[in-house]
Design a protein around this ligand. Structure first.
Ligand SMILES: Nc1ncnc2c1ncn2[C@@H]1O[C@H](COP(=O)(O)OP(=O)(O)O)[C@@H](O)[C@H]1O
Ligand SMILES: [Mg+2]
Length: 363
């Protein structure tokens, strides 16, 4: 006969489990929503800050361990739901849970390549992911996803509104200026026409519900970037740099730009950090210098999300429309780890947002 236990006791016991991203207990998070005990079965209902898939497994294991200790002889079932952010104040993209801008101070640092592979890493974890190619003059996501010959599928409603649907590859939804104009045309669009295309890209795409929208910003910190970061309701931004000083100097300008528009920087990713020749797997050559990304992150108290080495498979994958993250190799593993660190930062951001929201209500 199993020992008699109560729901209140169990709630206390489970309340001590810590959310690994947030470093806060389930009790402090008010995450244990309900416990039912019936015929030797304990059912636990937890509500976690989104996105939760990344921590659900670990929290499930920690809770099961506690239940085995305090309620031996009982079966247990733990179910999860997500604490969602209130998006009712948004004008656009209400169905998108997290919008992450990927930015860089200058072009050619691999921002688009990193964006494509991050989108892939998140999608491989089962999340619904879209990628918005905001680089109107040099759209590269159609190439990176092998969608160069595609155009938007669009419909017009009787009152003249146009809705465009993203193209899909590897389960990821992709929208790009490249689906409206080819590269040569895109390079010469200016003024009012550009404004029209912008509103099409940012307001008329039917994404459907998404866990993540990765927004590949055009390189630089000019007016276009500033307008775009204000137009789109960003969860936060990721800044990509290479290790050398000139690239890092541009990152400082990016950081200043995001500060100006009150967008949090979720982290810095250093690309092209080193090169390891396949035949010398223990060697690391710092072709573009060393440690710039970490230094600038530390200087500004921004999380450093990881280093991506130079790898020919990455360049080949980008050119052939098959991002390297979908392969089974070390470079793919690196992107999966970076995505894990990014999600952890997103969860912290969403947690503080929810906290601020609930504080407002209690005033
Ligand atoms: N870590 C890497 N290893 C090898 N090639 C890379 C790496 N990162 C980016 N590239 C390649 O460098 C070029 C520029 O990258 P891209 O993502 O287009 O830069 P950006 O968007 O910053 O202008 C592309 O050909 C891309 O495939
Ligand atoms: Mg690019």
């Amino acid at each position: 006969m199993a020992k008699e236990i109560t729901e209140i006791e169990l709630k206390q016991d489970l309340g001590g489990v810590v959310d690994p991203d947030l470093g806060i207990t389930l009790e402090e998070l008010d995450a244990v929503k309900q416990i039912k005990i019936n015929d030797g079965l304990i059912e636990v209902f937890l509500e976690l800050t989104q996105p939760m898939h990344w921590v659900a497994g670990r929290i499930n294991d920690a809770c099961s361990k506690v239940l085995n200790q305090v309620a031996p002889g009982y079966e247990s079932e733990i179910s999860f739901s997500e604490k969602l952010r209130d998006n009712s104040d948004r004008q656009i993209l209400k169905n998108v849970k997290n919008i992450i801008a990927v930015a860089s101070g200058k072009g050619g640092v691999g921002k688009s390549a990193v964006a494509a592979n991050l989108a892939g890493a998140l999608s491989l974890k089962g999340a619904s992911v879209g990628i918005l190619d905001g680089d109107v003059y040099g759209p590269s996501q159609p190439t990176m996803f092998g969608l160069r010959d595609e155009q938007f599928n669009a419909t017009e409603t009787p009152d003249g509104k146009v809705y465009a649907y993203p193209n899909e590859k590897y389960g990821i939804k992709v929208a790009s200026m490249g689906f409206i104009l080819n590269r040569d045309e895109a390079a010469i669009v200016r003024g009012p026409m550009l404004a029209g295309y912008f509103s099409m890209l940012f307001e008329q795409i039917e994404w459907g519900p998404l866990d993540f929208l990765i927004f590949d910003l055009p390189p630089g910190t000019g007016d276009i970037q500033l307008t775009l970061t204000q137009k789109i309701p960003l969860t936060g931004a990721v800044v990509v740099t290479t290790p050398q000083e000139i690239s890092v100097a541009d990152v400082r300008r990016s950081i200043a730009m995001f500060k100006r528009v009150n967008v949090d920087i979720l982290g810095i990713i250093e690309n092209m950090s080193y090169f390891t020749p396949p035949e010398l797997p223990d060697k690391k050559y710092n072709i573009f210098g060393e440690g710039g990304g970490k230094t600038v992150a530390k200087e500004n108290d921004i999380p450093f999300l990881g280093e991506v080495p130079l790898d020919i498979r990455m360049r080949e994958g980008n050119d052939s429309g098959h991002p390297v993250v979908f392969e089974n190799n070390a470079q793919a593993g690196i992107f999966k780890n970076i995505a894990l660190s990014l999600v952890s930062e997103i969860r912290k951001k969403n947690h503080s947002y929810n906290e601020a929201g609930s504080m407002e209500i209690s005033i």
